[in-house]
Structure formats: C-alpha cells, structure tokens
Design a binder for this molecule. Structure first.
Ligand code: CA
Length: 439
C-alpha cells in the first residue's frame, strides 16, 4: 500500500471515530430532549372530505421548477442545529457500482448482493403504483416487502392494487401485507377523485389472483426488520412510506427494537411551503397527523435518520404524454405498459400534457440521493390548529438567538427536508427503469 493510500485509510479511520463520538453524544442528547418535551396534546377535528377533495385538485404545478436542470447535490446540515446520527453521506455509500441511478442491462434480475434492501408502505394509488414499478424493477433496490394502509383507497383495494402492480412487474415473490384500515384518530377518507374508483386509474387492467401474506403489515415489518438487524450494516432496511404513516407509527411504538434493522426512513409527505389536502397540509400527513407526529418523535428518540420528500418537490419530476404513449405502445401487459397507462390516466384527468411520477420520486431519492437538495431541519406536525392541522412545521430560522425567546424551543426531530429536485433526472431514471427492466 502506498503512502497516499495509507494516508487515506488514516483519514477514514479518524472520520469513523469522530462519527461514533458524535452519534453517542446525539443519542444522549435526544434522550434528554425527549424527557424534557411535554406530552403531545392530541386534538381531533373532523376532516371535511369535500374540502380535502377540492384543495387537492386545485394544486398548481410548477413548470418553472420542472424545467430546472441542475441542482446542488450535497445535503447541507444547518449551522447551529447540530448533526443527526446516520449521515446522508453514509446513506449514499453502497450504491450500485454502475453509479448513482445506473441501470444494469436487461435481464439481470434477481438483484445482486449490493442492491439496497427496501420496504415500501403504500396506499396504492396511481402514484404509489408508479413507485412500486420502479422499486420492483430497479436493479439497485432489493424490495423485501410491501405493506398496505388505507388512504387513497380502502385498504382492501390497496392490497388488490398492489398485488396487481407487482404481478405486472413480475415480482409476486415480494410479500404484501395488509395493515391499518383507518387513521389512529381521524375518520378515513379517500382520494378516488384523484385516483379513480378503484384507487388506481380504473384502467380495466387484469387483476391479480394472488393473495396477501397472512401477517398484519406491522408483523411483516417487524419480522423483516428483526432479520435485518442480525445481519451486516449493508443489510439494514430503507423504509419508504408513501402513504399515511399509521402502520409505521404502530410499528415504532409497538416494536421500537426494530430500529436496529433500519437504515433510514424516506417518506413522501408534508411540505415546507405548501399544502394540498388543505391550504396548510399535505394529504398523507393530514390524513393521519397523530401517526406522523408519532413517527417523527419515535425516529428522533431511536436515532433513525428521516428524509421528507414532500410537496416542495413532489410535483416536479414529470413524464410527458408522448413518453407515456411510447411505453404503452410496447404492449405486453408488463411494467412499461402499466406505467405508461398510469401516466396517461393522470394526463387525461388533469387535462395536462404531462404528469408527475409522484411517490416514485421518493424512490428515486433512495436510488439517486444526489438528485435532491436537502437541508437538515427541525420539523413538527401541527395537531391542534383550526386551519393548519396536519401541517409539517419546518423550522427554517437560521439565527439560533431567536430560540432563547421561543417558548416552543427547537423541535427534537431533525429531518432531511427535500427542498428542490433535478426533475428531469428523476423522470429519466423512472422511464429508464421501466423501459429497460421489462419483466
Ligand atoms: Ca401514496
């Protein structure tokens, strides 16, 4: 080994030691902070589905942002807010050797040993279907399971839709489990006005005859995460919730020990700036605000890194109607045709020439984290506001002196908030996975 290589190894070892010290300090700090935080007051306000429906449809799409081609690629921990265990840099390591987002040639399934293990929690859902197709087909991911929750559609429909998508992707080997049928406190609502009566675009697509795993979603999550905890660091699971966080809240409160098997949580939900279910709140968090609050609290307490892929970036990665039609033209009832038809459905429903890949963007953020710009910021969920219930309050203050006079103090949950995205890069990643990863 040359002198240069020895120096590099020494630097890496020093970095590891510093990281270990920092993790220890922050875990102690998080326990102290958790003990100091007053109990969460739960206030239940009846949601009005009609208000939710009207506001979701009315959200404008930022074409200007969609046209952006270059994005700063490095997560920027905030000065004065400290650093959380499980750094973004650590998360990035271990990507597929072909490079971030690189695809292996056609026909390379099953996944190789370097593929990142993931579980998706879904309420399929048109855009959940887009996310499932990507997670099922991309060679840099190892989809270990899919758990279902009521949200866009009743949970029984979510299970049926999820199995249908996995069959189209040629991945009925992936266990699918049914979870919570309703939020912890809120009334269940759905979004059939967005996703069609069956929750997945009413495509007249042949339904899968497969059935779900006999376990409850929380049991499947517990089992897979417990097994991952006994393996190598690289075997730890990236959990990708794309729905109301009910299942995940139940999991982390019932089986907090599963944190040992978790690498990180990358969830679609919330926003720093805008809402869709209401003027303040994003649908997934608004649908079950208590669950979102529990997940952020538990993640903070257990030292689980969290990335929020919210409405600030959700609408930006878009596929055109022409690109969708090209996918459909190949036929074959596989992932490409289904993906194309899902995009075409959205184009027609919203009278647009393009549609977002939606939840699939959060999966892109796992495959290719350099495609989003994040800031590590304190986040709380509003549980009591008359007009703001379900809002994710992202603390973007950059002068810590304000905190001395703030009766609330800083939120204990530090989250990597996605603030902008290289939209074309993620849309291309999704298209490539479907075009080249055909079953
Ligand atoms: Ca969803």
């Amino acid at each position: 080994m040359g002198a240069g290589a020895v120096a590099l190894v020494r630097l890496a070892l020093v970095g590891l030691v510093l990281d270990a010290l920092l993790v220890t300090d922050l875990r102690v700090a998080s326990v102290v902070m958790a003990a100091a935080v007053a109990p969460v007051v739960l206030a239940v306000l009846d949601a009005d589905p009609e208000v939710e429906a009207a506001s979701r449809v009315a959200v404008p799409v930022s074409q200007a942002v969609a046209a952006r081609s270059a994005v700063q690629t490095v997560s920027t921990p905030r000065r004065g807010w400290g650093r959380r265990p499980g750094s973004r840099e650590e998360v990035i390591s271990g990507t597929y050797p072909g490079g971030s987002g690189a695809l292996k040639p056609v026909g390379c399934l099953p996944m190789d040993s370097l593929a990142r293990p993931v579980i998706l929690d879904v309420d399929t859902g048109v855009d959940d279907a887009c996310a499932l197709l990507l997670a099922a087909r991309h060679p840099s991911l190892d989809l270990r399971g899919v758990t279902c929750v009521g949200g866009n559609a009743p949970v029984e429909d979510v299970v049926a839709n999820t199995l249908t998508v996995l069959e189209a992707a040629g991945r009925l080997d992936v266990p699918v489990a049914q979870g919570a049928a309703r939020p912890l406190l809120e009334h269940p609502v759905n979004a059939t006005h967005v996703h069609g009566l069956d929750g997945m675009g009413d495509l007249d697509w042949p339904r899968s005859a497969a059935g779900p795993d006999p376990r409850h979603a929380v049991e499947l999550l517990r089992d897979v995460l417990a097994e991952a905890a006994t393996g190598r660091q690289a075997d730890r699971i990236t959990l990708v919730p794309l729905a109301p966080l009910t299942n995940i809240a139940l999991l982390l409160r019932t089986h907090p020990e599963v944190a040992a098997g978790l690498r990180e949580i990358v969830f679609m939900g919330g926003a720093a700036h805008v809402g869709n279910a209401t003027a303040s709140a994003e649908f997934n968090v608004f649908h079950d605000p208590e669950a979102a609050a529990v997940v952020l609290d538990a993640a903070s307490e257990l030292g689980i890194p969290v990335t929020m892929f919210g409405l600030d970036v959700f609408y930006d990665p878009r596929v055109t109607r022409e690109e969708a039609d090209a996918l459909v033209a190949g036929g074959g009832r596989g992932a490409a045709e289904l993906g194309g038809r899902l995009i075409a459905f959205q184009c027609e429903r919203f009278a647009s020439t393009s549609a977002t890949i939606g939840d699939a963007g959060a999966v892109c953020a796992v495959i290719d984290p350099d495609g989003v710009r994040t800031e590590r910021l304190p986040v709380r969920v509003e549980l009591a506001g008359t007009w703001s219930r379900g809002r994710t309050i992202v603390d973007r203050r950059d002068w810590s002196g304000d905190l001395a006079h703030d009766p609330h103090g800083a939120a204990p949950a530090m989250v990597d908030v996605c603030l902008s995205v290289d939209a074309q890069r993620y849309a291309r990643l999704w298209l490539d996975a479907l075009e080249t990863g055909e079953a």
